[in-house]
Design a protein around this ligand. Structure first.
Ligand code: ATP
Ligand code: ATP
Ligand code: MG
Ligand code: MG
Lengths: 227, 227
């Protein structure tokens, strides 16, 4: 359902060009569970932003569910993002002036849900990630790991068929990480597609396939032997 | 050089009281290397903010180098922060509109260094953390792990005698983490004091002592048997 062909992303800074992604071609089927790894600065978040329809490539093509995404306009990209993809950002990107409940409910506003239904569903996912007693806290009234879990809850609230999670356990202790990985497991078992960026081998080990980047290029793409 | 006695931090939200730290008493000597661990929300960042003179406790005392910090005013706290402590924030806290070089040089502005000397020193520490080729990038032109390293560089730029690092490797791949831990090792060997929050056992294993929190209280405080 995801196919990139010679995908490139280049940032231009004055006279300098940074080739964040270079001719990347990968294909991911429905219901796969993929871990994306690689050194700091190797292009993982850049790739995730392209896959998540948050950005467009400099060149190359990206086909998502038979739609040529790479040449869509902002409105079309937003439509796909809200209906099909749940994105957990590496830097959370929560709205600072509203509560965690309202942050998590935000995608449901775009989806046109009623007030009561939004509150119930947002409370349900916050409870799922262990933040039932933190719903009225604003982001700056939460710990780092709690903010990360609000970002995860927000990505799950619309029950998307594709989850893109960028370092979802980077700020979580072992026990809480296990709980979050269990949630991703359930999402995967329900038939959905999970792609997560991680630098921790223990977390990557939950995935069935591990894609490694280096300097914006594909370094390796192998099945997880332990599964 | 660090002694807290019955340290408490309580947040009041409407009718709810959150006891982030409850009667915490710990003592840390000069040149110790301590790892602070515990579940998400257990009070680690709250404690680090108090130790780093970024906040004052609700009750209890905090003595830093024979100074009773817990009842100092903002000006006195700022003085101590800038001269003695290097703080790596869990959420980086970089200024978004200036380059990484200027972000790292900022503490030297407060310290009264000349323009040329600031640039040289800031470039030196950015090079040390592997960002020599990213000095003119603003934070949003950097990867997550690169921003984390800018935050680390900024904490080191004044050569402080106490380093407080809150999850310094949360966004770093294994190889880059090893490089950062090597830097902390050198700082420790030079006679300084290092306190780092981490949820990764491999990172905590570099420390000589491991303090664990749970629900705002001290759960355990043990020597690292592997050292
Ligand atoms: N400004 C605030 N107002 C209300 N509650 C707060 C505030 N800041 C923190 N808290 C609460 O205090 C508790 C401790 O927070 P703290 O940030 O110290 O946790 P932590 O151990 O650093 O967690 P993590 O590992 O997730 O970063 C959390 O339960 C959090 O919700
Ligand atoms: N807006 C931008 N302008 C210029 N360069 C950028 C920009 N955004 C990212 N980069 C550069 O592109 C490269 C890839 O960045 P990316 O965020 O994809 O890395 P990453 O693999 O996610 O790293 P990390 O593991 O540290 O999060 C980095 O070297 C970064 O400096
Ligand atoms: Mg990244
Ligand atoms: Mg914290």
């Amino acid at each position: 359902i995801i196919r990139t062909t010679d995908l490139c992303k280049t940032y231009v800074m004055g006279s300098e060009k940074i080739h964040a992604l270079k001719d990347l071609s990968i294909a991911i089927k429905k219901n796969e569970y993929v871990a994306l790894m690689g050194p700091s600065g190797s292009g993982k978040s850049t790739l995730m932003n392209l896959l998540g329809c948050l950005d467009t490539p400099t060149s190359g093509s990206y086909i998502l569910n038979d739609n040529l995404v790479s040449n869509m306009d902002d409105a079309e990209l937003a439509e796909i993002r809200n209906s099909e993809i749940g994105f957990v950002f590496q830097t959370f990107n929560l709205l600072p002036r509203i509560s965690s409940l309202d942050n998590v409910a935000l995608p449901l506003v775009y989806a046109g849900w009623s007030n009561k239904k939004r509150e119930n569903r947002a409370a349900e996912v916050l409870d799922l990630v262990g933040l039932g007693n933190r719903m009225d806290h604003k982001p700056n009234e939460l710990s780092g790991g709690q903010r990360q879990r609000v970002a995860i809850a927000r990505a799950l609230v619309c029950n998307p068929s594709i989850i893109l999670a960028d370092e979802p356990t980077g700020n979580l202790d072992t026990k809480t990480s296990v709980e979050i990985m269990h949630i991703f497991e359930q999402i995967h078992n329900a038939g959905n597609t999970v792609i997560l960026v991680t630098h921790e081998p223990d977390i990557a080990d939950h995935a069935h396939r591990i894609i490694r980047l280096r300097d914006g290029e594909l370094e390796s793409d192998i099945k997880n032997q332990n599964i």
